[in-house]
Design a protein around this ligand. Structure first.
Ligand code: MLT
Ligand code: ZN
Length: 453
């Protein structure tokens, strides 16, 4: 402890239970664990020294950014040093020539977006937790969000990384060269590794053009099949399409009650799709033309001014908060091929109530990627059975048990539904090579085995 205090300063080693508490429970309230202490370094050098000290003592580390993760990957299992990267907030000037920027792991997504926009560019990833989610966490989980349709997930934005390995050594590759075939791609290996291979301290990121002409449409449809028909028309007719999101009538009721929002349409409808187009010239006419020619549209409302767009997005983006306000949900995040999407959605509610009769299922997600967020409230002591039933159903639909939130602690028992034994063995060997003592995020991502999972 004394050594850690000497590295980061006594005020940045939190031992008091009240000071540790906000770091020890995740955003949903479902995952909680006790840390030996919380250490808050401010530079890569300090992170390296802390990791080296922990390696020497054989102490495990759990790494945390904005603590907005949804699978328990950043909360302690018990007794680890919790390494908070929130103070690594360096943000270099935007490199306009390369359209790139280098950001510290603790920079929030919102700060990064504002920084890029002030320089006339934008960042390709966006998600509802933007004010708290940090660059390091976004990389560690390969975050997705609402613009994957247009720009891909976090790994598509990453051109370089600086990271501290489990022995405290630093690997730094921040040149961001557009072409660089010189061996293993370490930055890409670390994307989605959930803090199990190294501690990401800095990231070089690709930026995208700033598209200020934006139009959002909230579209009422008869159900999931109709939503896919609308998606097909939008993809076909709207080159500026940048988001396509889905939610259902029960989610809308929850959101409206929680946030006091007015009904978006005179009538209720089974399902709703949010579409956003972003371009240099106003895409509203194209959106209106596509909507008027699409039979799947039961009703629609369109906004192109900032306040109107935010009002329509709120129906989708308030889902997470409204669900959490109703209880601690079992949060599952799955994806299936689009052809399987309607069948999955149709079978989910009964799959849940078969094993947890009192539970209710709220669905919403990123329809373009076949990514459904399955939120189960009132599961009581049946959480595990619910996860098992839903994830088995997803595997039977050729899907993934974690589309964008990661595996964390929550999905470890089901990893083999999505990855083969050979793949898990290969991942274990990579882990053993980079972290032979199993000190980084033990219990996260890999099932228990050797080295410590
Ligand atoms: C979202 O799409 O809003 C996020 O993944 C958060 C969530 O699933 O609750
Ligand atoms: Zn999502």
């Amino acid at each position: 402890m004394k050594e850690l205090q000497e590295i980061v300063g006594a005020s940045h080693v939190l031992v008091d239970p009240d000071l540790r508490a906000p770091y020890e429970t995740d955003w949903t309230g479902r995952f909680t664990g006790r840390a030996a202490c919380v250490v808050r370094p401010a530079t890569t050098g300090e992170v390296a020294a802390v990791v080296a000290a922990c390696a020497k003592a054989g102490t495990a580390i759990v790494v945390q950014g904005g603590n907005t993760g949804l699978v328990g990957g950043a909360v302690p299992g018990g007794g680890e040093v919790l390494l908070s990267l929130a103070r690594l907030r360096d943000l270099d000037p935007v490199d306009r020539l390369e359209s790139q920027v280098t950001a510290g792991a603790g920079v929030t997504l919102e700060t990064l977006q504002e920084h890029a926009r002030a320089a006339g560019l934008d960042f390709g990833v966006d998600l509802a937790a933007r004010s708290a989610a940090t660059v390091g966490g976004l990389v560690a989980t390969n975050a997705g969000g609402i613009r994957v349709l247009r720009y891909g997930s976090m790994r598509s934005q990453v051109t370089g990384i600086e990271a501290v390995l489990a022995d405290g050594s630093v690997v730094s590759r921040l040149t961001g060269l557009a072409k660089d075939n010189t061996g293993y791609d370490l930055p890409q290996l670390l994307c989605g590794s959930e803090g199990t291979l190294a501690v990401v301290t800095k990231v070089r990121l690709r930026l995208v053009p700033l598209l200020t002409a934006r139009t959002v449409a909230l579209v009422a449809v008869a159900g999931t099949e109709a939503a896919l028909d609308l998606l097909a028309a939008a993809r076909d007719r709207l080159p500026a399409l940048s988001a396509a999101e889905i939610f259902y009538a029960d989610g809308l009721s929850l959101v409206r009650a929680h946030a006091g929002l007015a009904a978006p349409f005179p009538d209720d409808h089974p399902a709703y799709v949010v579409l956003e187009c972003a371009a240099r010239v106003d895409p509203t006419d194209d959106v209106l033309e596509m909507l008027s020619g699409c039979d799947a549209v039961a009703d629609a409302t369109v906004a192109s001014d900032a306040a109107g767009r935010a009002r329509l997005w709120a129906y989708r983006e308030t889902h997470t908060e409204a669900i959490n306000a109703a209880g601690v949900p079992v949060k599952l995040d799955v994806s299936v091929p689009l052809a399987e999407f309607p069948s999955l959605v149709a079978r989910l509610p009964a799959t849940v109530t078969d094993v947890a009769p009192a539970a209710r299922t709220v669905l919403f997600g990123h329809v373009n990627e076949g990514n459904m967020h399955v939120n189960v409230l009132d599961a009581g002591d049946r959480a595990e059975a619910v996860s098992d039933a839903v994830l088995t159903l997803v595997a039977a639909h050729r899907g993934s048990i974690s589309s964008e939130h990661g595996v964390g602690r929550a999905k470890v028992p089901w990893l083999a539904l999505s990855r083969s034994a050979a793949e898990i063995d290969a991942m274990r060997r990579i882990k053993a090579g980079l972290d032979p003592a199993g000190l980084l995020n033990p219990g996260v991502l890999l099932p228990p085995g050797s080295p410590r999972g």
